[in-house]
Design a protein around this ligand. Sequence first.
Ligand code: HQG
Length: 247
Amino acid sequence: MSTRTTRSSLKRGIDADDKMPSPKRSKSNTKKSTSKPKTTTTNENDPSPSCNEDNAPIAKPQDSDEKEEPITSPPKTLTLPESTGDIFAAPPNTLLIHACNTEGSWGAGIAKAFKDHYPSAYQIYNAHCRKHGAKLHATALLIPPSETKGPKHFVGCLFTSRSKGKKRDSPKQILEATGPAMRDLLRRVEECNAERDGEGESVGEVWMCKINSGLFGVNWEDTRAVLEGIEVEGGKVGEVKVVSREE
Ligand SMILES: Nc1ncnc2c1ncn2[C@@H]1O[C@H](COP(=O)(O)OP(=O)(O)OC[C@H]2O[C@H](OP(=O)(O)O)[C@H](O)[C@@H]2O)[C@@H](O)[C@H]1O
């Protein structure tokens, strides 16, 4: 019994089930389907024809003037698998992302831990804030491995709030800044890896704490929803591993 679904039989299937919404895929994203075609039970309400014994959709004769429908797939968006652990135990050349203010302060929370682990990176972040200030809001800073000892980690700063503590931006403002800041960081990663192509460390994995969810006081699920809406083109960073400490 043949279960392989070829594109043409799938296409025929889509044409045969002309009441069924045909999945849209772009030419470049079209993949031969290897999944078993869904078996459908026929009943008087089911508009789609029943599958034949090998489950391949029943082909219908192609009309000569039938137009080839362009097939496009939904845009690929950022995926954020979650796990528990220590973000600082990431493998070499991992990019570690946290949320920052534009005032040049890594004074508490995970930012303080970043300052302790990566003092040289902190100096770069602080100088960047002194130079640009609040204009950095909703942008990002990518800091290559800068320490003389310890693991070689890239540090990614997402400027999701202008200020910190009681003067921090509202959750709504922080969420509005989070999307553009992450898109800016992903762009910088692509540029960095293109420049380093083969010479020096490129960004490997991308890890992130549950940004905004502590001192910035934003519900993690709200931040997650914003990040999952970020479209990623092929070849760009498509996955950010979210690492949180054991509860
Ligand atoms: N070692 C570790 N490994 C893994 N996850 C860890 C961790 N340590 C903490 N977390 C978790 O990481 C999330 C973020 O928690 P945070 O409150 O730190 O950051 P946030 O993004 O809400 O806020 C940013 C502002 O806080 C800072 O403080 P200052 O402004 O300098 O005073 C900055 O500078 C900003 O301004 C929470 O889930 C923590 O459980």
